[in-house]
Design a protein around this ligand. Structure first.
Ligand SMILES: Cc1cc2nc3c(=O)[nH]c(=O)nc-3n(C[C@H](O)[C@H](O)[C@H](O)COP(=O)(O)OP(=O)(O)OC[C@H]3O[C@@H](n4cnc5c(N)ncnc54)[C@H](O)[C@@H]3O)c2cc1C
Length: 637
């Protein structure tokens, strides 16, 4: 059950919080906010405050690895957001989970611990002015990607597949060597599974059969291939490691770190009297139990409320598109037309198969009460067993590999059509400069042999319409560099009368999933790729027949209809306040400062300028660690 530690552990009442003047005030105690607060408060001479809308959660639903996914849709853990009707996804209002707790979405995510490829990190700075681009690249981020993690539970470099052996020729190693690419002393304990469902081995061997090699170190800069991924699990305790466990708990005794829970940050307060052309933030207005309070910040405010809520706070504060703000009677403090725009989301298409009799999957928990009882007892006694395990195999493929396996050129034709569409829209003036620049980068990545752009992972359990006593497996294929662009903007109770209580409304979430036809073409190729995988000899040994979609779809137009009906967000939503030059439409600069402000930074997934092919939590932790160093360095200048 949810519980609150005592005030002596860094947690405070609203009244007490407001008597303090903070050097740094962080909004949002999630994936980015907590690492920043923890790093800044290492200096006992500064006072750091965190405003977090959620609470501290200690609950088996969150902590037990087997329960990943179980918190989704439960309002005590999840904001339970929903998109606007997605016009190009069968008009559906699609659920979009976001963690509401100290730890943010790291508390409810699937714990997969992953990185993008070096070529992608090298594009992070590309939308900035040339002089600033070096700040954000693989070389500058790798020290932080390794700093955040503790992979010391891995027994040896090659031991990524406990429980079965593979032939050496199926394995490749490239990029930065293992020992230089993996961190052993960071805050987030990560580990490999020690138990595997019967799906893992055929899945990996199936890919090998299709000519996709096993990648022995996907963390070294080249993530193509099939592999096991680490997860943010403390293998000694058998528990999830989220941002609160990794960063807040070890720092909670510090007298200079104050966290206020249940506090909904509503808007920023500015010093409008100063003559400096860039505006200064002096505090944050927030709501607790319906009452309004103000917290004061002396040096900086760091906005880490996540991709969904960060643009809402900016807009309610008067930072955003002047026309949008004017239309809602909000005084425009800084005109930044891109606030809430450029939103991207990975999109996955699921399939499901009945497993052959005797295939052991996680459905055993559903089908076998004795197994459940034994495993529960084992877990309670030791933190080990099947409750401490979950799937973590993924395969990332480039366009070239997908085309080779599918044995056709449909993706090459789709790329040509995409290029023509971009050229036409550029000529007509209907494509913004920032989208042109983003698309240039994405096209470059698509055509790079080593850059994976389609992820296919499995779940060793049924996901829909499961029959008692039966075991299933599911496959998901997902686009990693979507060309669709959406938006997130504030929803007003009365559109002409803004109120700080509008911060309690979920924003208007319109990621415009599948609005670009190329995304659909790639998902279609992903669907065909899953068909090829299930038809390999290793997979045929465990697959009885397909149950989702319920019939074999041989016509592409039927697959496309299924995609629009069944595609799901990857829950890696990014980019609502991108890092780019102001001229191009950026919201933050290379030091993550909001343009037009002197002391407001954004540090969370909203700043990511071009979608990355990865599960994003590790990258966000790394961005936060890097941002903390920047904040400290800028203070001492
Ligand atoms: C169900 C799910 C599964 C996922 N699986 C994986 C996975 O396996 N691996 C992986 O790498 N990534 C995964 N992700 C993605 C990843 O966890 C998130 O993208 C990432 O944690 C970043 O989220 P965020 O930037 O939205 O910030 P968050 O971590 O969500 O932090 C935002 C924080 O701000 C708080 N907040 C928001 N608004 C306010 C406000 N107005 N005032 C005060 N506080 C506020 C929130 O309560 C939250 O604590 C998953 C995400 C979800 C939701």
């Amino acid at each position: 059950m949810a519980s609150l530690p005592s005030a002596s552990h860094g947690l405070h009442s609203a009244n007490e919080f407001c008597t303090l003047t903070f050097d740094y005030l962080v909004i949002g105690g999630g994936n980015a906010g907590l690492p920043i607060a923890a790093r800044l408060s290492e200096n006992p001479d500064v006072v750091v405050g965190v405003l977090e809308a959620g609470t501290v959660v200690e609950d088996p639903v969150i902590d037990v690895p087997r329960n990943v996914g179980a918190a989704i849709g439960r309002p005590e853990f999840d904001y339970c957001l929903s998109t606007e009707p997605q016009l190009t996804a069968s008009q559906r209002n699609i659920a979009l989970a976001r963690g509401k707790m100290l730890g943010g979405s790291t508390g409810i995510n699937y714990t997969v611990w992953d990185r993008a490829s070096s070529a992608e990190y090298d594009t992070l700075g590309r939308l900035l002015d040339p002089a600033d681009q070096h700040e954000w690249c693989w070389d500058s981020l790798l020290p932080y990607l390794t700093k955040v993690e503790d992979a010391s539970s891995i027994s040896e470099a090659g031991d990524t597949f406990p429980g079965f052996s593979r032939s050496e020729e199926d394995v490749f190693r490239s990029g930065v060597p293992f020992e230089k690419s993996v961190g052993m002393k960071g805050a987030v304990k990560t580990s490999y599974n020690s138990l595997w469902a019967d799906v893992t081995q055929p899945y990996i061997q199936g890919w090998n059969t299709l000519g996709v090699p096993t990648n022995a170190n996907p963390y070294g800069g080249n993530k193509s291939g099939v592999y096991n991924l680490r997860r943010a699990i403390d293998i000694e305790k058998g528990k999830r490691v989220h941002a609160s466990v990794a960063y807040f708990k070890p720092a909670s005794h510090r007298k200079n770190l104050k966290v206020l829970l249940g506090a909904q940050a509503a808007r920023l307060i500015f010093d409008t009297s100063a003559s400096h052309e860039d505006i200064r933030v002096t505090g944050v207005e927030f709501i607790v139990d319906g009452k309004t309070f103000v917290a004061n910040a002396r040096t900086e405010v760091i906005l880490s409320a996540g991709t969904v809520q960060t643009p809402q706070i900016l807009e309610l504060s008067g930072i955003g598109d002047a026309k949008f703000l004017e239309a809602h009677n909000i005084e425009c403090i800084v005109d930044l037309p891109s606030v809430g725009e450029n939103v991207t989301e990975h999109v996955f298409i699921p399939t499901q198969y009945l497993a052959k009799e005797g295939t052991k999957t996680f459905d055993e928990f559903r089908n076998n009460p004795q197994f459940l009882a034994e495993q529960t007892a084992l877990y309670e006694a030791t933190g080990r067993g099947w409750l401490a395990a979950a799937d973590a195999n993924a395969c990332f493929n480039s366009i070239e590999t997908v085309s080779r396996i599918n044995g056709n050129d449909t993706l090459k034709s789709a790329i040509s059509a995409l290029k023509e569409q971009i050229a036409l829209e550029t000529k007509n003036g209907t494509l913004s400069r920032v989208h042109q620049a983003q698309f240039d980068i994405q096209l470059e990545l698509l055509e790079k042999k080593q850059t994976a752009t389609l992820e296919t992972f499995h779940m060793s359990k049924g996901i829909v319409a499961v029959e008692p006593g039966q075991s299933y497996l599911a496959l998901f294929s997902g686009i990693q560099h979507p060309f669709s662009r959406g938006s997130i903007h504030t929803r007003f109770t009365d559109p002409l009368k803004p109120s700080i209580h509008d911060s309690l409304n979920p924003p208007i979430l319109d990621p415009k999933l599948l609005s670009n036809n190329f995304d659909v073409a790639l998902l279609l190729a992903g669907y065909r790729l899953m068909e090829k995988l299930v038809n390999t000899e290793p997979m045929k040994k465990i697959v009885q027949h397909q149950t989702l979609p319920p019939i074999i779809l041989s016509e592409d137009e039927h697959v496309e209809a299924f995609i629009r009906e069944a595609a799901q967000p990857g829950l890696h939503i990014m980019g609502s306040a991108i890092m780019a030059s102001r001229e191009l439409g950026g919201v933050v600069d290379a030091r993550l400062k909001v343009y037009g402000t002197r002391n407001l930074r954004i540090v969370d997934a909203s700043i990511i300028p071009v979608p990355l092919a990865c599960h994003v939590q590790a990258t966000i932790y790394a961005i936060a660690e890097k941002a903390a160093d920047m904040i400290i360095a800028d203070k001492s200048v």
